[in-house]
Design a protein around this ligand. Structure first.
Ligand SMILES: NC(=O)C1=CN([C@@H]2O[C@H](COP(=O)(O)OP(=O)(O)OC[C@H]3O[C@@H](n4cnc5c(N)ncnc54)[C@H](O)[C@@H]3O)[C@@H](O)[C@H]2O)C=CC1
Ligand SMILES: O=C(CO)COP(=O)(O)O
Length: 314
């Protein structure tokens, strides 16, 4: 049995997808009426999904718990509920794609600190909630350094959700977090009218940044080149369905953006700065996104900064 914590777009989509083959309990701090959520319009949850706002009920007897909360909400949630989530032999599966702005920690590091007895994994990769909820074919990475990963992989795979396992938890999480930053940059390029060639350059140079930082932090290069890194970078930087891309596009076009929409890359771009500085790694695209998101630079200045960097070898 699986519990999903967080009834936003991704939690709702995973509940719908997993409930084809097992009972699923979906917990939300509040639940809209009618087995639907405005975060995922058009999706009605099947009867096999039990909905609850009571966390104790949601967790009772669960061996698999999926956390579908935004990265910047996770630390506070764990501070209150960590003890309740923890359990020897229980899998806690993170799906947040970000880096905590206050601590610079990855979601799984926060979970490990709050829930020391549990087994920790991350489910990540190219997968829009809307696609998963509709049962469209999706391939994802399930990463963990803990024993028993193949059994978890089988428990969470479905005929339309194909999970590849990896023991590089660090790399899988960093790829998922950093691709959101680059997707914002790609959106800016399109919103500002810089064109598809500029977007391709940002994706490629952004991937180089992602790889440099991640490998310096202990990730494997082949993980970055996989679904959780390059795969998700391609999806998020090229699709109108991506909130990070749309946020960037609005920034580039000088338009406003609904502050209630989850845009993980904006906070992660700021969190990256400390990590990159500590390792002496240049991250010009991520720095440009942080400057734009914080309103420290406008699009023209940002372009000038990026294009006037010293010429170098690729
Ligand atoms: N939507 C998508 O297509 C995908 C999202 N993800 C990742 O999943 C994570 C969650 O994203 P979404 O579900 O899309 O966001 P969302 O904005 O649709 O939903 C977030 C949910 O978290 C709840 N929440 C926020 N703070 C909370 C707190 N302190 N305590 C309890 N509940 C809280 C909100 O009420 C909301 O129901 C993000 O890190 C995102 O990058 C990953 C893959 C795909
Ligand atoms: O991570 C995602 C797809 O893999 C979702 O991207 P957005 O958060 O940009 O919508």
């Amino acid at each position: 049995m699986t519990a999903i914590i967080g009834a936003g777009a991704f939690g709702t989509a995973l509940a719908a997808a997993l409930s084809v083959q097992q009972p699923v309990t979906l917990w939300g701090r509040s639940l809209p009426k009618g087995r639907t959520t405005p975060r995922l319009p058009g999706v009605v949850l099947p009867d096999a999904v039990t909905l609850t706002t009571d966390l104790a009920t949601a967790l009772e007897g669960q061996t698999h718990v999926i956390l579908a909360l935004p990265a910047q909400a996770l630390r506070d949630f764990l501070a209150v509920e960590g003890l309740r989530l923890d359990g020897r032999g229980r899998w806690l599966v993170n799906t947040a794609k970000g880096i905590d702005l206050t601590t610079g920690e990855s979601p799984s590091s926060l979970i490990r600190a709050a829930c020391p007895a549990a087994l920790i994994a991350t489910l990540t990769g190219p997968s829009f909630a809307a696609d998963i909820a509709r049962g469209l074919p999706t391939a994802l990475t399930l990463a963990s350094g803990d024993a028993g990963l193949p059994a978890l992989q089988h428990a969470l795979s479905t005929p339309t959700l194909r999970l590849y396992r990896s023991d590089d938890l660090r790399g899988a999480e960093l790829g998922g977090a950093l691709k959101n930053v680059i997707a914002i940059a790609a959106g800016v390029a399109i919103g500002a009218g810089f064109g598809d060639s500029a977007r391709a350059a940002l994706i490629t140079r952004g991937f180089a940044e992602m790889s440099r930082l991640s490998t310096a932090l202990g990730a494997r290069a082949d993980t970055l080149a996989g679904l959780s890194g390059l795969g998700d970078l391609v999806l998020t930087s090229t699709s109108e369905l991506s909130r990070n891309f749309r946020f960037g596009r609005a920034l580039g076009a000088g338009e406003g953006f609904d502050a209630s929409v989850t845009v993980e890359g904006a906070a992660t771009a700021r969190a990256v700065r400390g990590l990159a500085a500590a390792k002496g790694i240049a991250m010009p695209v991520a720095e440009a996104v942080a400057a734009l998101a914080e309103g420290r630079a406008d699009v023209a200045e940002t372009l000038e900064t990026l294009m006037s960097r010293p010429l170098k070898e690729e």
